[in-house]
Design a protein around this ligand. Structure first.
Ligand SMILES: [Fe+2]
Length: 386
């Protein structure tokens, strides 16, 4: 196996590290100091690291972006609303949705995009060239790892599709991973985000294009996150710090490998039923582990990091974490209809993810996995060895 790894994002991690922002922006040597501050809430703008930017000589355009799972239409509107300002840098402060919109904008400025259709075509053709602006990621939820990847998930409900704005020239100038920004986050969101990061790491470990660096990062990410899950459920700062670090490590791991079957199968579950991304991918970890186990050269370190002996125990552990955080752990509980499963199985074949799984999958395999996680009865049958 040829081990190749590349990630140019300089990262700062630890409580209070957002204080580095002004210094970082000054090092970027912006011509006019024009920056777009894209945030998830008005409250963020009052924090000293962001409130003081105008006093430090920057021309700031602030914009609040509330939506989760951003769509092609929302990205188009945000681009239209900010393109005349011509930001030289986008500072994206929020969860994965905000960072995905922020980094996507850098690829869109300067392009002729008269309507949503032209944006959809640009995303399909991926002909972005060099981005017209740079960006800095400041995650406020520990999970997506978007601050260290060069792709963004943009949803297209009109066409029942999930799209990816991907550009290797569009890594962040820097990532500021400050766990203090996550304190007070609702437990269900914190846990769902953490489980998303676990999935990034696990899938990076077994992905078709994995490498030695990603595997090392992935194992450390899994140990860090799973080792602090009880603390996260209790809302301790120590656990939030661990989640911030673990999520970034997982992001660095999968920035070079992408994800696999869990993510591929999860996208339509989120699009059709609104199941939070992390909850959706985590429900699939156990069944996909069971599928992939025979193809793994080194399953032992992965099982040790997860703190389980096999797929059944992993499935039980994830279900327990979801229930303790107040979230359902079966498709039925999330409101899915059994008759929808064959269609969801067809949609679960996401290009670049399904074909990156170490064991080939097809809609028939996916359907059996979806039936397995549909209700507690199917889960109990597996646990009894049936
Ligand atoms: Fe994810």
């Amino acid at each position: 196996m040829l081990n190749r790894y590349y990630n140019p994002v300089q990262s700062f991690e630890g409580p209070g590290c957002t204080a580095e922002l002004t210094d970082l922006l000054q090092k970027m040597e912006l011509k006019e100091g024009r920056l777009l501050l894209l945030v998830w809430s008005e409250e963020v703008l009052k924090l000293p690291a962001f409130a003081g930017l105008a006093d430090n000589g920057f021309t700031v355009c602030s914009m609040v972006f509330h939506a989760s799972n951003p769509t092609v239409g929302q990205l188009f509107e945000t681009c239209q609303a900010t393109r005349e300002f011509q930001p030289e840098v986008v500072v994206a402060v929020g969860g994965g949705s905000i960072m995905d919109v922020g980094k996507s904008l850098c690829c869109l400025y300067g392009k002729a995009l008269p309507d949503e259709g032209s944006l959809r075509r640009l995303i399909a053709e991926k002909n972005y060239g060099r981005p017209a602006a740079r960006w800095i990621g400041v995650p406020t939820t520990a999970g997506t790892g978007s601050e260290v990847t060069c792709w963004a998930t943009i949803w297209d409900p009109e066409q029942d599709a999930k799209r990816s704005v991907e550009n290797r020239d569009n890594y962040a100038f820097a990532a500021l991973v400050d766990p203090e920004l996550a304190v007070g986050m609702p437990t269900a969101l914190a846990v769902s985000s953490a489980l998303d990061a676990v999935a990034h790491a696990v899938e990076s470990y077994w992905a078709g294009g994995t490498n030695a660096v990603s595997r090392g990062l992935a194992l450390e990410a899994i140990r860090t996150i799973m080792g602090h899950m009880d603390g996260l459920l209790a809302g301790t700062l120590e656990a939030h710090d661990a989640m911030a670090r673990g999520s970034m490590l997982a992001g660095l791991a999968f920035s070079n490998t992408k994800t696999t079957a869990c993510h591929s199968i999860s996208y339509p579950l989120t699009m059709h039923y609104g199941i939070p991304h992390g909850a959706a991918v985590s429900m699939l970890l156990g069944p996909v582990f069971r599928l992939n186990a025979p193809a793994l050269d080194q399953p032992a370190p992965l099982l040790e990091a997860l703190g389980v002996s096999g797929a059944n125990e992993l499935e039980g552990k994830i279900r327990n974490i979801l229930y303790r955080s107040g979230q359902p752990a079966t498709l039925q509980e999330w409101g899915a209809r059994r008759e929808d499963l064959p269609h969801l199985a067809q949609l679960g074949m996401t290009k670049g993810r399904a074909d990156n799984n170490p064991v080939p999958i097809d809609p028939t395999t996916i359907l059996s996995i979806l039936e397995h996680i549909y209700s507690s009865e199917s889960y109990n049958l597996t646990q009894k060895g049936a």
